[in-house]
Each structure stands twice: as C-alpha cells, then as structure tokens.
Design a binder for this molecule. Structure first.
Ligand code: CU
Length: 257
C-alpha cells in the first residue's frame, strides 16, 4: 500500500510535487522517530530517577554543554541540514527560478470576491490593458477594448486550462482582498496580495481536472470560491484556445458596455 494515501495526499501532478512530498514524508518520519525515542527516554528517566526512600533530589550547576543537551543538539543539527540542503534549494527552485519567457504559457489569474478570473493574452501574446473603472458585470476584469492588445484576449471565470508538460507562468493578482491560489495536486499554495503581481510557475505532469481553491479566508463567500484547473494535451489545449478566442466583432461590441 502506498504510504502517501495514508497521509491523504492527493495525486501529484506537477514537476516539483515529488520534492514537496519527499519533504512531507521526511518531516513526518523524523517527527515519529523523535516522538517515540523521546518517549522511551522519558520513561527510562522517570523510572531511573523515581522517588526512593532515603534519597534526596540533587541539583548541580552545569556549565557549557552537558550530556543532557546532546539529543537536542542532534535534532538541531539535523534540522539545519534539512533546511540548508533540502528546503532552501527546493524553495529556490519553485519560488526564485522563474522560467525564461518564450516557450511558456502565460496567464493572468485575477482573484476577486468570490471568483477566479482567468485572462489569456490570445495569439498576439500580449495582455490587454485593464482599468479599474471599466470593471462591470460583463467586463469583470476591466479590460480596455480600445487597446489593440485586448482585442484577442480570452477572459474566463473559474476555469484555468493548462497544457501538459509545458511550463505555465501564472501572474497572480487580486482585485480586492487577499486570496490564496491553492491547487493541492500541484502542491501549490500561494497568497495573492492586492497591488502585487505575484509570478508562479508550474509544469503539469498529469492530465485531469483539479480543484482550484481559495486558501485564504477572504469573506462571506470564501467557501464558494472554487474553480478548476484543466490539464490537457498540448493539442487539446491549442484547440480549446482557438475555440475560446473572441470573434473580432464580439470584441468591438464589448466596447459599447
Ligand atoms: Cu478568496
């Protein structure tokens, strides 16, 4: 039986999911080991130094490192090794090494109370200008259709499509309060802070539909803020993009709102 299922982890569907899972298992294993060895040691001490007739407690001043501190120091050293040689490199890979522009799928994710707005730049590869005063029911992200770059943009609600095996660069932005982009299968959880464009990359490794949840209590409808991530083959993704592309006249009529 796969131990991961015991921990209730969902299937892993991104290139760095295995690194995160390794960390989870290592941390869990280490905690189990420390807990049981400490319990045995504690039981031994309770028995060894139990109250006996005619014996009084002794207190001695310890200077420097005493023997009793050794287990704590061992744990400290192991934690330092874990942080320096595992956590920092993995964190750096995920959060600092942003993919090079060019062969990536770029998409804007604009979170709002209580929905996920998804914006693809369209064939021109450029996101259209957005302006807050243009936000309306029919134009939830305030896209400025006078901007030529906006004409072919694709705007969707609660459905993020990504191609399999291709790096996606996701720009996380909020239109109101702090939200959090969480896709458990990708092992991603990233806060979205108003006024910031927070880049996040992911390379999906599994075809499927995964939940996109808001992991930051963001208001009354927080629990309803659920979207989906649909991972498709690159061919299906390209066909889907083509199907979703706005017709030129649709773009100009949207201008009248
Ligand atoms: Cu939210």
């Amino acid at each position: 039986m796969n131990l991961l299922h015991l921990f209730g982890l969902p299937p892993a569907a991104s290139t760095y999911a295995a690194d995160i899972d390794f960390g989870l298992r290592l941390t869990f294993g280490a905690i189990v080991f420390v807990f049981f060895s400490w319990s045995v040691y504690l039981a031994y001490l309770v028995f060894r130094y139990r109250n006996k007739p005619g014996e009084r407690a002794e207190y001695e001043k310890s200077e420097g490192i005493s023997k009793a501190m050794i287990p704590g120091l061992v744990v400290l050293v192991l934690e330092m090794i874990l942080i320096i040689f595992w956590e920092i490199p993995v964190w750096g890979k995920i959060k600092e090494e942003m993919p090079k522009m060019g062969d990536v799928v770029e998409v804007n994710v604009l979170a709002q109370q209580f929905a996920w707005n998804i914006q693809y730049p369209g064939p021109d590869g450029k996101f259209g200008r957005r302006e807050q005063k243009l936000v309306s029911f029919s134009n939830p992200i305030g896209l400025d259709y006078n901007d030529p770059a906006a004409k072919d943009d694709i705007v969707l609600a609660n459905e993020l499509h990504l191609p399999l095996g291709k790096t996606a660069l996701i720009h996380l932005m909020s239109m109101d309060v702090i939200h959090d982009f969480a896709v458990p299968e990708f092992r991603i959880k990233q806060d979205i802070v108003p006024g910031m464009d927070i880049p996040l990359w992911v390379k999906p490794t599994k075809i499927g539909t995964f939940d996109l949840a808001c992991a930051q209590l963001c208001g009354f409808g927080h629990s309803l803020m659920v979207g989906h991530v649909v991972v498709q083959t690159p061919e299906d993704f390209a066909a889907w993009l083509k199907k979703e592309a706005p017709a030129p006249q649709a773009a100009s009529s949207a201008n009248n709102f």
